[in-house]
Design a protein around this ligand. Structure first.
Ligand code: C2O
Length: 546
């Protein structure tokens, strides 16, 4: 195993997209940011210097961070932000993870442009559990705004309404040639006749689930969220923000140009969204290029309609671990969290332009009716470690305060969640089962729920209200997939299980960033076990002060 050192300079850079140039926050002037490549077992040491005018932190999405929560990155959860002019060094070891993850800013909406791939190759001396691909390409799906994304989210916070939707989706930072002014910058992905290539697809979009396909090519799905899967083929995949999917494609088609394309899966009825399609070109190396007389229009893949919930569910149901896995069975903590949006009645001292949600309200969102508020004076982890009172409370409810028909016609009284900085305490080593239940308050929606510091098994998913009497029998306790982000189906539920073996403070949130803005988050506080190997390490000396 090696120790790898990297320098990240967060800075404003001029980036031109869709015919306009905008000052954009980047890492090292690159958009998307640098790809990190490591082997399982390596240690990463990334020194981050903030030369931008915003507070920033960097999160290593999906890295377990065993006992190194100080390096996890979400602002005011595990650290205070790196102020303009400040710096902080993230140091962590990759332990038993292989596949595709990514890193991104975890402050406000900076991750719109501050993100990159984090590729974990098998431990040195070990190989993939599938045929070694000839070529590998990270495919980062993103979302581009002509305006500064920070202004977009600040404006939404001021008005209480929904933020402006993006102006384009991107593949590796480029919208592709279906948008104006993008044709010369379209990403080209090479493939050779007969060869197999690994696409490491990452959904780095801020607020949008996406379908992805490659014209005329079957995708063999072999991994997700840096866990291997039992391989299966599919013509289309769906990823929520935060999720990654590794697919193999084979150059078995007549040499020509083929589009790979992504466009929205939008499950919230009536919600505005950016209904455009981003493309890149799969180009056969053996084929003469268009300027040498080939047809210049690539073939377009068929993608499901934006509201095709059945297509999304059909894909997800195919995900299985390659072999049987140790799913925890003696459950110590049986938790049930509702997730969803809500509407605040606008306070009387607010002006109409501050009440731009539906019918003069303000959008909010919650888990178990608690709308999460970040602390501002200490991070929760610091407050816990240094025993500083008054920063958070430990009364996050294990079950909803009121039970109701979650996916039915919900009463308006349930639309007013209570703001709070509440955590749920877990004893070291406890076996946790968590039912995540979408609600139809305001609108049902597929929510990509992400837990920091943990992978979990997704043992079941379904539509409607979770019913223990009938749904428990269908749990897959043999070979469920392991993930760090689960798409809770629209007007449905997902059941996950994990062992609380990583002490620290771990945020769980919806990875649609607009929902974090509205409070769709909570945090687990996993207490130290016995002895050093079960306790969180001491904080690094350069941990940014608040
Ligand atoms: Cu990918 Cu809390 O983040």
């Amino acid at each position: 195993a090696r120790i790898q050192y990297h320098d990240f300079v967060v800075q404003a850079t001029s980036v031109k997209r869709l015919c306009r140039t905008r000052r954009t926050i980047t890492v090292n002037g690159q958009y998307p940011g640098p790809t990190l490549e490591v082997n399982d077992g390596d240690t990463l040491v990334v020194s981050v210097v903030n030369r931008a005018r915003y507070n920033v932190t960097i999160h290593w999405h999906g890295i377990r961070q065993m006992r190194t929560g100080w390096a996890d990155g979400p602002e005011f959860i595990t650290q205070c932000p790196i102020r303009p002019g400040g710096s902080y060094t993230y140091r962590f070891t990759i332990e038993g993870q292989e596949g595709t993850l990514w890193w991104h800013a975890h402050s406000s909406w900076l991750r719109a442009t501050v993100y990159g791939a984090l590729i974990i190759y098998p431990r040195q001396g070990s190989t993939y559990p599938f045929t070694e691909p000839k070529r590998e390409t990270p495919i980062l799906l993103g979302e581009w705004w002509n305006a500064n994304p920070i202004d977009v989210v600040n404006e939404a916070a001021r008005t209480g309404g929904a933020p402006n939707v993006s102006d384009a989706y991107t593949i590796n930072g480029q919208p592709g040639d279906l948008y104006s002014c993008s044709s010369s910058e379209t990403i080209v992905v090479p493939i050779d006749k007969g060869e197999t290539s690994l696409l490491r697809v990452i959904n780095a979009a801020l607020n949008q689930e996406l379908f992805f396909a490659v014209a005329n090519h079957r995708l063999t799905v072999v991994g997700a969220d840096a866990s291997y899967l039992k391989p299966f083929t599919s013509s289309v995949i769906m990823l929520g923000p935060g999720q990654t999917t590794d697919v193999l494609i084979t150059g078995d088609q007549p040499p020509a140009l083929y589009y790979m394309a992504a466009r929205p899966y939008q499950s919230a009825q009536g919600a505005p969204f950016d209904n455009t399609t981003t493309t890149a070109i799969l180009e056969y190396l053996s084929a003469p290029c268009p300027s040498r007389g080939m047809p210049s229009t690539p073939m377009m893949p068929t993608l499901p309609a934006f509201n095709d919930t059945a297509a999304a569910a059909a894909f997800t149901q195919n995900l299985r671990s390659p072999n049987s896995v140790p799913v925890p069975t003696d459950i110590d903590e049986s938790l049930f969290f509702t997730i969803g949006l809500g509407l605040f009645n606008c306070p009387s001292n607010f002006r109409t332009d501050q009440c731009q949600g539906p019918n003069g309200t303000r959008f909010t969102s919650s888990m178990n009716n608690v709308s999460f508020v970040l602390p501002s004076s200490y991070s929760i982890l610091q407050a816990y470690h240094q025993k500083i009172p008054g920063v958070f409370t430990t009364d996050f409810p294990a079950v909803p305060p009121v039970q109701f028909d979650y996916t039915g016609n919900v009463s308006q009284s349930l639309w007013q969640p209570v703001p709070g900085t509440k955590v749920y305490k877990l004893e070291y080593g406890s076996n946790v089962q968590l039912v995540l239940q979408d609600t139809s308050i305001v609108s049902g929606e597929n929510h990509p729920i992400h837990i920091h510091g943990y992978n979990f098994y997704v043992v079941a998913e379904g539509f409607g209200n979770f019913n223990p009497a009938t749904n428990t029998a269908k749990f897959n306790l043999v070979d469920p997939p392991m993930r760090n982000t689960v798409g809770v189906p629209v007007n449905g539920w997902a059941v996950i299980r994990f062992v609380a073996d990583n002490p620290g403070v771990w945020i769980m949130h919806c990875h649609l960033d607009v929902h974090i803005t509205w409070g769709l988050a909570m945090a687990f506080l996993v207490e130290n076990g016995i002895g050093e190997l079960q306790s969180i390490e001491s904080p690094p000396e350069d941990l940014p002060p608040c």
